[in-house]
Ligand binder design. Structure first.
Ligand SMILES: NC(=O)c1ccc[n+]([C@@H]2O[C@H](COP(=O)([O-])OP(=O)(O)OC[C@H]3O[C@@H](n4cnc5c(N)ncnc54)[C@H](O)[C@@H]3O)[C@@H](O)[C@H]2O)c1
Length: 305
């Protein structure tokens, strides 16, 4: 008995890395999986059908059900076609794992328009293009049947973005947007029985190979703290009935730890007695900052933890 017996799932960017592990775990738990991957470079350039097809072969050789999809999820039409394929091939959709991603790191003053657009499009728009059409399908299904869907979306954010890594302004803007999108869509889809959560993973994949070198390698005599299977387990657990009641949350996972992340809560409060002015804000400064450090906090790379 698998946790996803009879269910249909989509995983974007599932030809490699974390997405591949997510697709394999979903299939091992009984889901029919649409394995999406454009198959390009880490920068998003190029295309190759082999990564998605290899994962489909792995799943079917192990006795599971899977279909390959090579659409570019950074296009609205790609998200629409992907959702349509799941419904056509397997008769429905229960789980959407948004994972596809690329990197084009640059300091803000050196970044060009194409680098900004590519990263925003693949991550932020690429999470929404699929979610938009999955949500429309679920809303229609729920209207027709009168029943809650019992579905889930799991998005992929990033700790290095939520904590503000220099050199990744495009990626950070996209990932913070994905964290906010997670909360909005969790509220919107709750009423039709769809939960929306996000993971912020750290894992050894081709994306981190270049930046982290051997820092994420397994250490002899220890379990593999940075294997992509760790992040996959968190994502698929969040999509499973075991995580019922968890909605609109972001969980960090990697390095042998799992954490619930929460941000943007008021830290202090000062009440106005008249229209705010520069003088009254200066007078309120100490109360407003509450004696807390107010410069940019030092960045702690998650993989050093
Ligand atoms: N590896 C980490 O430590 C880490 C940390 C934080 C966040 N993430 C996030 O995890 C996700 C997976 O990354 P990974 O490390 O497994 O990288 P990866 O490069 O191994 O896998 C990403 C996959 O996405 C696919 N892809 C890229 N653009 C696509 C598009 N437009 N349409 C369809 N597929 C596309 C690629 O072909 C690739 O196979 C990304 O969203 C990444 O930002 C990873």
């Amino acid at each position: 008995m698998g946790r996803f017996d009879g269910k249909v799932a989509i995983v974007t960017g599932a030809g490699r890395g974390i997405g591949r592990s997510e697709a394999l775990l979903l299939a091992a738990e009984g889901a029919a999986v649409v394995v999406n991957d454009l198959g390009g470079e880490t920068t998003g350039e190029g295309a190759d059908q082999r990564p998605a097809q290899q994962v489909v072969d792995e799943i079917t050789n192990a006795g599971g059900r899977a279909a390959a999809n090579y659409d570019d999820i950074s296009a609205w039409s790609g998200g629409q076609a992907l959702v349509a394929q799941a419904v056509d091939a397997f008769g429905g959709l229960d789980v959407l794992i948004n994972n596809a991603g690329i990197l084009r790191d640059k300091m803000s003053f050196n970044m060009d328009e194409a680098e900004w657009d590519a990263v925003i499009n693949v991550h932020l728009k690429g999470h929404f293009s699929t979610s938009r059409f999955a949500a429309a399908y679920w809303r229609q299904t729920s209207k027709e049947t009168g029943n809650p869907i019992g579905g889930a979306i799991v998005n992929t954010a990033s700790e290095s973005c939520l904590y503000g890594n220099a050199g990744q302004v495009n990626y950070a803007a996209a990932k913070a947007g994905i964290a906010s999108m997670t909360i909005v869509m969790a509220r919107e889809l709750e009423r039709i029985g769809v939960r929306v959560n996000a993971i912020a993973p750290v894992a050894r994949t081709r994306l981190t190979e270049t930046v982290a070198g051997g820092m994420l390698d397994a250490k002899e005599g220890d379990f593999d703290r940075f294997a992509p299977e760790n992040a996959a387990a968190m994502a698929i657990w969040l999509a499973s009935p075991d995580a019922d009641g968890i909605n609109g949350q972001v969980f960090a996972v990697g390095g042998g730890k799992a954490q619930l992340l929460q941000g943007w809560t008021p830290a202090t409060e000062v009440a106005a007695t008249d229209v705010w002015s520069l003088d009254s804000l200066t007078a309120a400064r100490d109360a407003l900052t509450g004696g807390r450090p107010t410069d940019v906090p030092p960045f702690m790379p998650p993989f050093e933890g």
